[in-house]
Write a protein that binds this ligand. Structure first.
Ligand code: GLA
Length: 435
């Protein structure tokens, strides 16, 4: 009796200790598992468009320095992502991934420490096939080993490609899920970027596989229009984003690929050996505008060390970036393509909205923007985020004053150059007393 009492008492004490321990550990465990890694679209830089296979430690460090010197880091750019071609010829005998010791003489941990010392994050690239698209060793079959190595190196993001892998969606889901879980169990927060080019509708499954964002198309090239099924122009990519807005939100984003802003036909990957001559600054500004409206990850991919003023202005406009980074996380919807003028509408936090009007034609056009077209009620004040000034008031109908003068015009008249995008931020207008 006594013994049994003692036994029960001990059991109760042990159980309460366990319960206490579980209560202490459980919330942080649950929190770690459910942590949203990209509550707003990630911002940073990727080596591919501009350097392709010619990437090395020195360039990466200089790009990190440039991200600070240009002021980009201050407005939210933080990831420095190394794409393909960082790999040694082979893995180590025990399967561990090895780095090309000529290109990266001090190894990845050294580079990650440098990047982190600047307050930035380091991303890396691998592939769900046996080889990467550049025929370096792939991640298939080595998911756990790789995720562990990346965590030890201090990697913060993995872009996972899909070359030399089976075609079916089932296989892709399995392979991405395997890597997604390996990253989750790696002991480090590593953002997972799914890159199977939108072929298997990743917007339906990539988030479940652990992805924070997924490519929606094959690769971007440095051209406004044209291209083909494997070489996407900006216009081709935009066409493919229609209807995808419902799949995006905080922590899970559609990725229409890196920006070509500032490549000017010289990107080692995006020029396709001189086939594409680049775009005008107006077109690059449109690319930036629309990527912001579409809540795309903002991954610059030009040479940040030598960008000209126009490129810097485009990449660092805080007003257009604020639209991309809006906390509500709602991707813009294409609401009209009438007259070759593409109109996008995006709802934002606190009832604000953003509107973008893209002139897809080859001629300058005047465009009347009205609340009717936007299906909005009341009076709205518009600010032009590229001109950095008020663009006027939008109201359901023109309002005249006592002497017949026009107080509020019903619509705003916009002049839009070919391939230009006007971006307006709209706020409900409150009449001032005495106005
Ligand atoms: C694929 C990807 C690109 C780039 C290259 C690297 O084409 O879609 O973004 O990563 O591979 O080889």
């Amino acid at each position: 009796m006594n013994y049994s009492h003692e036994f029960n008492k001990n059991k109760v004490i042990t159980m309460s200790k366990k319960l206490l321990l579980t209560l202490l550990i459980f919330p942080s465990f649950v929190f770690a598992q459910n942590k949203v890694l990209c509550p707003t679209p990630p911002m940073g830089w990727n080596s591919w468009n501009v350097f392709a296979s010619d990437i090395n430690e020195k360039i990466v460090m200089e790009i990190a320095d440039a991200m600070l010197n240009t002021g980009m880091s201050k407005i939210g750019y933080e990831y420095i992502n190394i794409d393909d071609y960082w790999h040694a010829d082979m893995r180590a005998a025990d399967g561990r991934p090895l780095v090309d010791s000529v290109k990266f003489p001090h190894g990845m941990k050294y580079l990650a420490d440098y990047i982190h010392s600047k307050g930035l994050k380091l991303g890396i690239y691998s592939c769900a096939g046996n080889m990467t698209c550049g025929r370096r060793f792939g991640g298939f079959g080595y998911e756990e080993i790789d995720a562990k190595a990346y965590a030890e190196w201090g990697i913060d993001l993995l872009k996972y490609d899909y070359c030399y892998a089976p075609w079916s969606r089932k296989a892709a889901v399995e392979r991405y899920t395997k890597m997604g879980s390996a990253l989750k169990n790696s002991g480090r927060d590593i953002v997972f970027s799914v890159c199977e080019w939108g072929i298997r509708k990743p917007w339906l499954w990539a988030e479940k596989a652990g992805g924070s964002y997924w490519r929606t198309t094959p690769d971007i090239f440095d051209t406004w229009s044209g291209g083909n099924a494997f070489m996407m122009s900006v216009m081709k990519i935009l066409k493919r984003q229609r209807g995808l807005e419902k799949y995006a939100g905080p922590g899970h984003w559609n990725d229409p690929d890196m920006l070509t802003v500032g490549n000017y036909g010289t990107g080692k990957a995006t020029s396709a050996k001189g086939m594409y001559k680049g775009m005008s600054d107006t077109e690059y500004q449109s690319e930036m505008s629309l990527w912001c409206m579409l809540n795309s990850p903002l991954l610059a991919s030009c040479d940040l060390r030598s960008m000209n003023e126009a490129t810097k202005t485009i990449l660092t406009n805080p007003e257009v970036i604020a639209i991309n980074q809006d906390k509500l996380g709602e991707q813009a919807k294409l609401i009209s393509t009438k007259g070759k003028m593409w109109v996008y509408l995006k709802n934002m936090e606190d009832g604000k909205k953003a509107v973008a009007v893209l002139n897809t034609s080859g001629k300058e056009k005047t465009f009347e923007l009205s609340t009717k077209m936007l299906d909005m009620e009341g009076i709205w004040k518009a600010n032009d985020v590229w001109q950095h000034k008020e663009a006027g008031l939008l109201s359901p109908e023109a309002t005249k004053g006592q002497t017949g003068e026009l107080v509020v015009p019903g619509s705003i008249s916009l002049t839009v150059k070919p391939h230009e995008t006007v971006v307006l931020r709209l706020e409900k207008w409150v009449a001032k007393v005495g106005y």
